[in-house]
Design a protein. Structure first.
Length: 252
């Protein structure tokens, strides 16, 4: 490998494991329009984040009273978002959308595990009952989970969770070794997103929704350094590949 890839982990885990300087988030200001709308309020910069959030919640809710009666009646999100738990990747904020717009499942490194009951229930509910129009699998740059899978440190239960990433690492070892560490993280993130898209398209509920009502499955990578989403050509599947997939996975 060209240089050692240091392990770091997203979300809560990152507090226990030192995060390499190059992967530390540098943007500390709030991003959401909601937060910006509250920026004229008291200065919370030195306050506990939760205390700040609880106070800002009151201000936010009071600014948009008209949106809540409708939301209280139910939800009709058009998007199911499967993303990383990383605190830098808040899907609704990134998309510039609002409460009620995005149904969400997030886990470490946005991995789609077929045997994961949690994500399986989210996908089933979103597709079969909410009838979302789009499923988006989103990876991101500087992902701690991806970075960990490219390293060789023991991480306990996380090693089990990250096994699909190590499998992708093994399958693409030559390509990954030809890249510098930062690019290798991005490449494995892309491969993981495409793998997630493929796994989704193997699910009966998704196959049926694609055929009967045109459900679309997308892959994107979010750049935490720019705030921009990049679409992957996840929909590119040859006729032969589609036929083979449906032969293997379609049930009735
Ligand atoms: Zn991540």
């Amino acid at each position: 490998m060209p240089g050692r890839i240091l392990p770091s982990l997203p979300c809560a885990v990152s507090r226990r494991v030192p995060v390499p300087v190059s992967f530390r988030p540098t943007l500390r200001a709030p991003f959401s329009s909601t937060a910006q709308a509250c920026s004229s309020s008291s200065d919370f910069s030195d306050a506990d984040k939760l205390a700040t959030g609880l106070q800002k919640n009151k201000e936010w809710a009071s600014k948009y009273p008209e949106q809540f009666p409708g939301l209280a009646k139910g939800q009709q999100p058009e998007i199911l978002w499967i993303g990383c738990s990383d605190s830098r990747c808040p899907e609704t904020t990134i998309l510039g959308l609002n409460p009620g717009d995005v149904f969400v499942h997030r886990n470490i490194a946005n991995i789609v595990h077929h045997a994961d009951l949690n994500s399986a229930c989210v996908i089933e509910f979103a597709v079969a009952h909410l009838k979302v129009k789009h499923i988006v699998v989103s990876g991101h740059t500087a992902c701690g989970g991806i970075n960990a899978a490219l390293g060789n440190s023991k991480l306990g239960i996380l090693d089990t969770w990250l096994l699909p990433l190590r499998n992708l690492r093994q399958k693409n070892i030559e390509a990954l070794q030809s890249l510098d560490p930062q690019q290798a993280v991005i490449k494995l993130s892309e491969l993981n997103v495409l793998d997630g898209v493929q796994k989704l398209k193997q699910l009966g509920v998704v196959i049926d929704a694609i055929e009967t009502r045109g459900l679309q499955v997308h892959g994107v990578v979010y750049d935490v350094a720019t705030g921009l989403l990049r679409t992957l050509n996840a929909a590119d599947e040859s006729h032969e590949a589609t036929k083979a997939r449906l032969t293997a996975f379609k049930t009735a």
